[in-house]
Design a protein around this ligand. Structure first.
Ligand code: SF4
Length: 244
C-alpha cells in the first residue's frame, strides 16, 4: 500500500495528532519530535489535539475499495502520531473514527495504545465480542508496563489482541495467554536507549514456546538501517491470521 515503512503494517492513518507522555516508553516520543519540527505544539495535558483534514479521512475508504477489488486485507496502523484512547480527545472524534472503521471492513485496523485502561469505556456500543476488523494492542516497553497493561488488554474482547514491545528497554516476562501477536523493536533516533540482545531473544523464545506469532521490527539505534532487522541471523516477520 502507500505510506509507511513500518514492517508490521501496510498503512498508517492519523485521525488526529498530539498526545501526553504517560510512561518511560514515551521519553523520546518520535511523534512529538516530528510535530515540533513542523512548528506544532500538540503535546501535553490541556493542549488541544489537531484533527486531520476531511480529505485525509477519505483515504481509508479508497484503500478499502482497492482491497475489495484485489481480494486482500491490508493492515492500517491507527495513530502513529497520537493515541486513539487519549482521554483528552473529544469523544465525537473517536465516534467518527469508529464509523470510518465500520465503513471499511476490508481493512484490518490496528489500534495500539499506551492507555489500555481507557479502552473499555471508549468502545462503540455494538462492539460485542470485538469487531472482526479491529486488532487491539498495547505498548509494553518494560516489565512494569507489562504487569500493568497486559492483564487489562487480556480482559477486553477483541478479534486480535497484540502487544508492541517497542522501544524495548528491559526484560518483559509475563504470561502471554490471551495475546495473539507480539512485536519487538529497539528505539531509534539520536537519544536511543540500546536494546539488549538478551531482552529481545527472551521475548522471542517465549513466543516460540507459546506458539505466538513474533515480529521483530528493528534493532533501532541511531542508524536503524545499518542496525537492521536480523535477530540471531534471520528475520522474524510473523503475523496473526486475519480474523475477518
Ligand atoms: S503515547 Fe505514543 S504518541 Fe503519546 S507521548 Fe507516548 S509515545 Fe508519544
Amino acid at each position: 500500500m502507500e505510506n509507511t515503512e513500518i514492517s508490521w503494517t501496510d498503512n498508517t492513518f492519523n485521525p488526529w495528532m498530539g498526545c501526553t507522555k504517560v510512561s518511560a516508553g514515551c521519553q523520546n516520543c518520535y511523534a512529538e519530535t516530528t510535530s515540533l519540527r513542523t512548528g506544532k505544539k500538540l503535546w501535553g495535558s490541556g493542549i488541544p489535539r489537531h484533527r486531520t483534514s476531511e480529505k485525509y479521512w477519505a483515504k481509508p475508504l479508497k484503500w478499502n475499495a482497492k482491497a475489495i477489488k484485489a481480494g486482500n486485507r491490508p493492515r492500517v496502523f491507527v495513530a502513529s502520531m497520537a493515541d486513539v484512547f487519549d482521554a483528552e480527545v473529544a469523544a465525537t472524534w473517536r465516534d467518527d473514527l469508529w464509523n470510518l472503521i465500520r465503513e471499511c471492513p476490508a481493512l484490518d485496523w490496528q489500534l495500539l495504545t499506551k492507555r489500555p485502561e481507557n479502552i473499555s469505556g471508549m468502545l462503540p456500543a455494538d462492539w460485542g465480542d470485538g469487531w472482526r476488523n479491529v486488532w487491539l494492542g498495547t505498548t509494553v516497553e518494560n516489565q512494569d508496563m507489562a504487569k500493568l497493561r497486559v492483564p487489562i488488554l487480556r480482559e477486553i474482547p477483541a478479534a486480535v489482541r497484540f502487544i508492541s514491545c517497542e522501544p524495548l528497554i528491559g526484560y518483559v516476562a509475563v504470561p502471554l495467554d490471551g495475546i495473539h501477536w507480539v512485536i519487538c523493536g529497539g528505539e531509534s533516533g539520536a537519544r536511543y536507549r540500546p536494546m539488549k540482545h538478551s531482552w529481545a531473544a527472551f521475548l522471542r523464545d517465549l513466543c516460540v514456546e507459546e506458539g505466538i506469532p513474533f515480529h521483530f521490527k528493528q534493532w533501532g539505534t541511531n542508524n536503524k538501517v545499518k542496525a537492521g532487522r536480523l535477530l540471531d541471523g534471520r528475520t522474524w516477520d510473523e503475523f496473526p491470521a486475519p480474523a475477518a
